[in-house]
Write a protein that binds this ligand. Structure first.
Ligand code: GLY
Length: 306
């Protein structure tokens, strides 16, 4: 059995590319990197890679992580700048015993020394959106923070190995040096080939409070299906936040177990893409349902056209 699941409609082309690798008996680590690179390279996705939205100073600071579910090796970068594919850097770092999570200048220097492609990641379009937002904030005292749609991919290959990756420009208009959940193990992602993998998109500040990716893998390890694990972790924590803090930011989690079964849960409208040996690549819409369940429906042609 093989399979892959990834966050947001933007990941669909990457899922199709990952499916080709997995169906051809390729490696789940290559599938994850390929899926995420596709999103990083596409200039019109505003929250990941090239074309990602900048911080309050107009600088595109990117976060990414990679985890090998066989060995538990993790690599991550935070606040990396001017590097085309942070996911590839994170994957390379996962092979290092020491210094495997690099931030800021140290992350960028590492990537340059290792020969990763350099690129000005601020597109004219992203700069225009940033300038418009600055004006809106000044004029209308808008809350500047939105746009935190991370691309995450979980993959299972035919050898029953699993991997997970994340990549994000983080919160639009974030303060310089702000880091969200995406490069943080347990919060933004987790994978254990003996159980399954999970990953998160949404407000990092809240996701980090719940370590939800680890929690979902743990629940799957306790025998829950991926869907039951996602529902229990996401709606349970959403309720805890509302009870204790009075509010919960938007967040959505995806999961797949090592049999190719998958699940998602979300407290907002959330699209995702999935492909398995039994299921052609498809985009779905998830919304919170009654009694801590998730309603999952195929997206319609009207939705895609819009
Ligand atoms: N989930 C991405 C972030 O908050 O940075």
């Amino acid at each position: 059995m093989w399979g892959t699941i990834a966050t947001w409609r933007m990941a669909h082309d990457g899922v199709i590319a990952a499916k080709d690798i997995l169906a051809g008996n390729g490696d789940c680590k290559d599938a994850v990197e390929t899926a995420i690179r596709k999103v990083e390279d596409y200039p019109y996705y505003k929250s990941v890679g090239f074309g990602g939205l900048p911080n309050e100073r107009g600088i595109v600071e990117l976060d990414a992580a990679f985890m090998d579910g066989d060995t538990f090796q993790i690599g991550a970068v935070a606040g990396i700048t001017d590097i085309a594919n942070p996911i590839a850097v994170a994957r390379k770092l996962s092979l290092d015993t020491f210094n495997s999570f690099r931030v800021g200048q140290g992350a960028t220097e590492y990537a340059v020394l290792e020969g990763f492609e350099r690129k000005n990641m601020l597109t004219p379009r992203a700069k225009k959106i940033w300038e418009k937002r600055l004006a809106e904030i000044a004029d209308k005292k808008l809350n500047p923070y939105d746009g935190h749609d991370t691309v995450c991919a979980v993959a299972l290959d035919q050898k029953q190995s699993m991997a997970v990756g994340t990549s994000s420009s983080g919160l639009f208009m974030k303060k310089s040096g702000r880091v969200g959940d995406s490069p943080l193990s347990g919060s933004g992602f987790y994978a254990d080939s003996a159980i399954g993998g999970a990953a998160a998109t949404g407000l990092g500040e809240d996701l980090m409070k719940g370590c939800l990716s680890y929690e979902i893998v743990r629940l799957m390890g306790d025998g829950h299906t991926p869907q039951a694990a996602c529902d229990r972790a996401v709606y349970g924590f959403d309720q805890q936040l509302r009870n204790r803090l009075g509010k919960a930011g938007a967040f959505s989690l995806i999961a797949m177990n090592n049999q190719g079964a998958w699940g998602v849960a979300t407290n907002v409208e959330f699209t995702f893409s999935v492909a398995t040996e039994r299921q052609a690549p498809s985009i779905f819409m998830a919304t919170p349902g009654p009694n801590q369940t998730t309603v999952i429906e195929p997206i319609t042609q009207e939705w895609l056209d819009a």
